[in-house]
Design a protein around this ligand. Structure first.
Ligand SMILES: Cc1cc2nc3c(=O)[nH]c(=O)nc-3n(C[C@H](O)[C@H](O)[C@H](O)COP(=O)(O)O)c2cc1C
Ligand code: SF4
Length: 442
């Protein structure tokens, strides 16, 4: 299956970043149509489209939009999660840099149908080019009457602000993001069912829709071409509709962002990315570093869809697909992943604060050649004590990769613990390891 470019159709065209260029390529058709529609009819189109959130969890978008109170008694907010901190993911960055008006239009449509008058884009601080591109586009949208008071003479007012985060993975978790935006520490808040949903009490304790960049970017196309049309994309899958952006990295010849239709296979995605580099396929982490790793056999049969990926015990996640070749030491790879989560744990809850550190330390001693009998069992036990027992999703995200690696590649851990060195002895493996670790692999 070839690439199917919907959101990325005009990416790479420099003038698509300007209002003039955006309008020349059918931009703002969705918003103009929306402004003449009933608010509920827009939400119904999103429902018909089958759009699910692209931030990782795949939650149906229309349910969030529909959950905002219809009788407005207080301010409503539209919030965009542009933190994109999951290792391997870089699709939102490209969307914001090259297609900023898609995001602005999508958020404005969401604002119109949920009666919100203010939107915030919480963008990762390092994304300077993306923030600059959005800043220019927002200025042009104000000047052109697509933001601000009385948008296109409709009587609808909508203001949009950019907020640059200070660079923390945890600030991508929606309640931590809201805390950070409100000037508090970027730590998560109590969630449903122990606290109201963000649609009832989100940002500033007001009704809030929070979606990922890619999710909002789909809205203009859904309204313009119809939810039913959108739902024809990906129709071969059980319940995944539309296109999905995948950030492909690892041992491939052409790493980059690819837009594919749901129902495409992982092998087709690999082919689009130029095939394997430096050796045969060994493993794949298809949806960002937090999703379970799968071996080559499962990669060869995996179909990209939320339910389909679950059949091979992994996930679509945020769409960051890492292909690993035969020279990859899985133990070292998982240790590097665990190191990331241990560093990013905010420390609020015990299972994650303690567990992520313990996992990293045990994996570190294994890759340093000091693994001990029982380390695999201990690691597994820790993953079980973190998974489902943490205050927010970061704990689960830290536990899943370790648990999956132990399940899928047990022989690599056994060998490393027994011999004090990796069973993968190729030069490529050494090159992947940080300098201080290389003597262990020699
Ligand atoms: C630790 C952690 C980090 C997250 N980082 C991001 C992120 O960078 N971008 C994002 O869109 N969602 C991220 N999420 C998911 C968000 O909490 C939330 O589900 C998402 O923004 C909802 O948007 P969607 O429905 O459009 O997917 C993260 C979740 C967790 C637990
Ligand atoms: S799981 Fe707990 S410690 Fe980890 S990031 Fe979430 S709240 Fe913080």
């Amino acid at each position: 299956m070839a690439e199917l470019k919907l959101l990325f159709e005009h990416a790479h065209k420099p003038d698509f970043r300007t209002l003039k260029g955006y309008l020349a390529n059918d931009g703002y058709k969705g918003l103009k149509k929306s402004l003449k529609m009933e608010k509920q009819a827009i939400i119904d189109e999103v429902k018909a489209s089958g759009l699910r959130g692209r931030g990782g969890a795949g939650f149906p978008t229309w349910i969030k939009w529909n959950g905002i109170p219809k009788d407005k008694t207080q301010p409503h907010y539209i919030l965009c999660n542009a933190d994109e901190g999951e290792p391997g993911t870089f699709k939102d960055k490209q969307l914001m840099e090259e297609c900023p008006f898609e995001l602005i239009e999508g958020m404005t449509i969401a604002g119109f149908c949920t009666q919100a008058e203010v939107g915030y884009i919480y963008i990762r601080g390092e994304f300077v080019d993306a923030a600059r591109s959005l800043r220019n586009a927002i200025d042009e949208a104000y000047a052109g009457g697509y933001l601000g008071k009385n948008i296109q003479g409709s009587g609808f007012d909508f203001d949009l602000y950019i907020h640059l985060g200070a660079g923390s993975y945890e600030c991508g978790e929606e309640s931590a993001l809201m805390s950070s935006l409100m000037g508090e520490r970027g730590m998560p808040r109590l969630k449903f069912p122990h606290a109201p949903l963000p649609t009832i009490a989100g940002l500033f304790d007001r009704p809030t829709v929070i979606n990922n960049v890619e999710t909002y970017c789909c809205a203009p196309y859904i309204v313009d071409r119809g939810g039913e049309w959108y739902a024809t994309l990906g129709a071969s899958t059980k319940n995944s509709r539309g296109t999905k952006l995948f950030s492909v990295s690892g041992h491939v010849n052409k790493p980059g962002n690819y837009e594919i239709e749901f129902g495409t296979t992982l092998m087709e995605l690999l082919e689009l990315s130029g095939g394997m580099k430096g050796g045969k396929l060994k493993a794949c982490v298809p949806g960002g570093s937090s999703v379970p790793i799968i071996n080559a056999t499962d990669t060869e049969i995996a179909v990209i869809g939320y339910e389909e990926m679950a059949e091979v015990k992994t996930m679509v996640g945020s769409g960051a697909c890492m292909f690993l070749n035969e020279h990859t030491c899985i133990v070292s790879f998982i240790w590097r992943t665990a190191l990331f989560y241990a560093n990013e744990s905010c420390g609020k809850c015990t299972p994650c604060r303690e567990g992520t550190k313990w996992m990293e330390q045990i994996l570190r001693r294994i890759v340093m050649g000091n693994g001990q009998p029982g380390d695999m069992e201990l690691l597994l036990q820790i993953t079980e004590q973190i998974d489902g027992r943490s205050f927010c999703g970061l704990g689960d995200a830290a536990a899943w990769p370790v648990a999956a690696a132990l399940r899928v590649f047990p022989e690599e851990f056994e060998y490393y613990i027994k011999h004090g060195t990796s069973m993968v002895k190729s030069a490529e493996s050494k090159a992947m390891a940080p300098a201080w670790q290389q003597p262990v692999l020699a």
